[in-house]
Design a protein around this ligand. Structure first.
Ligand SMILES: CC(C)(COP(=O)(O)OP(=O)(O)OC[C@H]1O[C@@H](n2cnc3c(N)ncnc32)[C@H](O)[C@@H]1OP(=O)(O)O)[C@@H](O)C(=O)NCCC(=O)NCCS
Length: 156
């Protein structure tokens, strides 16, 4: 059956698909209450595969991006892509959607922070021209102790 990839803003009924995506594919899962809070208070985009024949969306989502916005700044809070759908450009599509949409709302500075060990995410951000602007030591907990947070920004 023919299918295509589609991106849309998340809606309340995505909650359980997002909780499931978070539980299965986020190495540091947020859990239901934080996912619910993100749906209520932030900007959220999801990516999914839509069957061309039926026009129906599957119940599972392939990816999710959630971001906050204050005035002319927007901060990425989480981006996660399903383990079995990685390295197909889905995260890049979600990031591009976030940047383009929020820019229309007058945002000119995009912010994010990421674990120093998360080299995959860091190369994704660098591929979109985010620049490293700071480093917070011992910011995140790890099984062995702590690791730094890297702060990135993009001005558009
Ligand atoms: C980070 C994450 C969202 C990337 O999703 P993805 O859909 O696989 O990323 P894309 O396919 O769009 O990658 C685009 C580019 O980013 C870079 N990239 C992405 N994942 C990478 C990896 N594991 N290693 C090296 N580079 C990577 C590459 O440059 C890639 O382009 P290429 O495949 O042509 O080389 C995904 O690995 C994930 O969900 N990780 C767990 C959650 C997480 O750590 N989120 C980030 C912190 S909030």
């Amino acid at each position: 059956m023919m299918s295509s990839i589609s991106i849309r803003q998340a809606v309340g009924s995505d909650l359980y698909a997002l909780v499931s995506l978070d539980a299965l594919s986020n190495p540091h899962p947020w859990g239901e209450s934080l996912v619910l809070d993100a749906l209520k208070t932030r900007k959220n985009w999801v990516i999914e595969r839509v069957e061309k024949v039926s026009g129906q969306s599957p119940e599972s989502l392939l990816g999710w991006l959630t971001a906050s916005q204050w005035g002319d700044q927007s901060e990425l809070e989480l981006i996660v892509v399903s383990l079995d759908a990685r390295r197909q450009g889905l995260a890049k599509k979600l990031m591009t959607e976030w940047l383009a949409n929020i820019k229309h709302e007058g945002v000119s500075e995009f912010l994010l922070e990421v674990r120093e060990s998360n080299v995959g995410a860091i190369s994704l951000y660098e591929s979109l021209n985010f620049e490293l602007v700071g480093r917070r030591k011992n910011y995140y907990q790890t099984e062995q102790g702590h690791e730094a947070a890297c702060l990135f920004t993009l001005k558009m």
